[in-house]
Ligand binder design. Sequence first.
Ligand SMILES: Nc1ncnc2c1ncn2[C@@H]1O[C@H](COP(=O)(O)OP(=O)(O)OP(=O)(O)O)[C@@H](O)[C@H]1O
Length: 292
Amino acid sequence: MTDAILQVDNLMMRFGGIKALNDVSLKVERGSVTSLIGPNGAGKTTVFNCLTGFYRASGGRIQLNANQRSTDVIQVLGEKIHPSDWINPTQLGSRVWYKMFGGAHLVNRAGLARTFQNIRLFREMSVIENLLVAQHMLVNRNLLAGVFNTRGYRAAENLALDRAFYWLEMVDLVPTVNRLAGTLSYGQQRRLEIARAMCTQPELICLDEPAAGLNPVETDALSAILHRLRADHRISVLLIEHDMPMVMSISDHIVVLDHGDVIAQGTPQHIRHDPRVIAAYLGVDDEEDAHG
Ligand SMILES: Nc1ncnc2c1ncn2[C@@H]1O[C@H](COP(=O)(O)OP(=O)(O)OP(=O)(O)O)[C@@H](O)[C@H]1O
């Protein structure tokens, strides 16, 4: 029996006349590293945007099984009211509720965090401030507790600091703690993005091209971090990445997208030899490499 932390069925996304996602079904097994690969414009980032609530999918189903509950991601983002809701008051109430109070924050609270293809740190804030801001949902936000600096408020702040230092250590950035995020090297900024996402305590982390622009040493350090996330913290990872050696070495499962459709999925070994994947994406050189 499978234990999927994420199950995506028949996901569709249209932008006017453009069909960015046609019919995407995939799943991420709990504790696995799953990679989403494909040529430029295949729809990979659009999948991430639908999963994390940046886009509202045009159709399909996204189920996240984390934090000991199952979350219907499309529902919590706030769906349109359907005509049939008027004869089903519970359904109508739920849709109105999520239309008013739903959004991407609920997806994060349900256990999913992400990083971005173009780094989106607060560049003018220090490293530690970036990590504390990420935790504002988790700490006590009671105004009076803050004004009177109550014991509960201080305890929550200390916990946030402990969590920030824990993940800083994990990504090897403790010495940079007071530097402005914008002054870090590119590789350090990528690692800080991962630490910031981890501070929200997700069970599934979606990483959009984390190795882009990294040198080979930094890419190896990143692979080691992903290994540790899975082995030591049982975090599930969904990865978009063009660095094929990294994808092939780190993934348990690979999903290949092309023109908004899943054209293949399976183990790295299986994907490496799939003729459709070679034709659409990997190309002859990679096939020769694989055989060589
Ligand atoms: N907000 C948008 N408005 C209109 N079209 C969009 C939008 N976002 C994505 N698209 C289109 O959807 C298709 C898929 O884009 P997407 O960025 O998901 O591809 P990708 O596989 O992530 O590519 P890359 O590897 O280059 O990042 C493209 O044709 C793109 O132009």
